[in-house]
Design a protein around this ligand. Sequence first.
Ligand code: ATP
Ligand code: MG
Length: 566
Amino acid sequence: MSESENAAPKLDFIRTIIATDVADGKNDSRVVTRFPPEPNGYLHIGHAKSICLNFGVASEYEQGVCHLRFDDTNPAKEETEYADAIMKDVQWLGFDWGKNLFYASDYFDQLYDYAVQLIKREKAYVCSLNAEDVRTYRGTLTEPGKDSPYRNRTVEENLQLFAAMKNGEFEDGSHVLRAKIDMGSANMNMRDPAIYRIKKVAHHRTGDTWCIYPMYDFTHCLSDAIERITHSLCTLEFADHRPLYDWVLDTLGTRDHPQQIEFARLNLTYTVMSKRKLMQLVHENMVEGWDDPRMLTVSGLRRRGYTPASIRDFCKTIGLARRESRIDMGVLEHSIRNDLNGIAPRRMAVLNPLKIVITNYPEDREDEIICKNHPKDESMGTRNVTFGREIWVDRDDFMEDPPKKFFRLGPGREVRLRFAYLVTCNEIIKNAAGEVVELRCTYDPESRGGSAPDGRKVKGTIQWVSVQHGCDCEVRLYDRLFNTENPEQDRDINFKENINPDSLQILSGCKIEPALADTIVTDRVQFERVGFFCVDSKISTPDHLVFNRTVTLRDNWAKISQKNQA
Ligand code: ATP
Ligand code: MG
């Protein structure tokens, strides 16, 4: 990570709390945070916000540490594939947990002992209501719950039943271990929440050792305490769980009592964020996979061509708040555009080719044109591109009947070929169907480099690719995956109905300058006048190059949505 990125972080409300704690000597002035993903899916841009916060805060203190902890307590949904992908994504984002890699499943023995302690303190009991009765007994937001008929089992009976649960003597769902708190609490989470359930499912790390698994609310606070986390940063939906977090630690009298602090989760326009929904898109083949470049997953963004720095910059830009909001997708795009603008070399590509024959250019001649790799950064140097009698230009840069302000090609119009020559269109060749298939032009031999010898003004400049030397490729243009700002807003409409049917456009037979044929996966390029691109890491081969458009050059979308609103 660069120096400037680490310099003077803005003091948001969480950083203010931590700075105060450190100054006050709380927790011996230690700062230990954690990022606690559940390995049941791939990370998304919302997780990136949490990663940047947890790892970022820790890195701002000399003694600061951030743990990566897999919250792997639900064996039915978790897989090693996900855990591996999560580690790869965190590292790619530029963060390092060092030796602090943990798994909640490593604490299963300790957690079991803690549960036994709760039973012994008469603070937990085995409840044998079926799921439906548990629900009825629980009450509602407006009505208090009722005590379970099993609430007053003796300590001995509870210990024996809990051990039997552990030993596999009961079926799934026949008993649960519940904390004994308060069925009349206004906070539903405090109405004797389940803390252990029977689940005869093998775990991806502990195998068949366990058939009972601890619930999130019991596991999370204790894992934090075991690891001596100082500040447990989580999203707002856990605010109502905080009393339970504190109750468990207070009741067990753990040595450490980490402080849970909540912040608003990231929501973005034109996308959905929850793993459950992303998983549906994947499983129902509405996208090509978790790493589909239209997905706002870390792996999707990586494949799309986003840089880790741009994602960190985005997370810094949006900051931290205590209230939920929806960030405009344009903010994310601004971060990547900004980054790539500085680092991506310029190249020429023609996505929708139209042939030009320069009739006064000798057939046996070629020119080496010197092209700048970056308009401002001289250190990026130049390259030679071979020019010849036949070149490709983009169809959109020609109009048969152009309006006055169209400064590109049209009958009799003159235009500048980037870094090369001025050409004038003299003749249009059409096929039998009346489609324009070729333009006949003449060039001004005195205009090498692009300026007219007599100083006449030529406004338009277009990119070009040599017919003789250019290469073919496929180009994939991506648009928003959903066509409404909040695809989940209308509860009567399944979010999948808001999928944008035009979110992927595949163009084949695109023409690129020869230098682009050597592009590798980690390269970032700007196709002049078109956008920023990268080679697709999954399907591109040297024989069949595939480029992904990372982002357009300008925020066209802002204009379109303004127009739609008007
Ligand atoms: P999802 O709701 O997308 O399924 P999750 O909360 O179930 O996500 P976890 O693996 O449990 O996913 O999340 C790990 C951490 O990432 C948690 O601390 C969670 O608060 C945080 N997190 C998840 N989604 C977001 C988000 N949109 N913005 C910020 N932080 C998030
Ligand atoms: Mg979760």
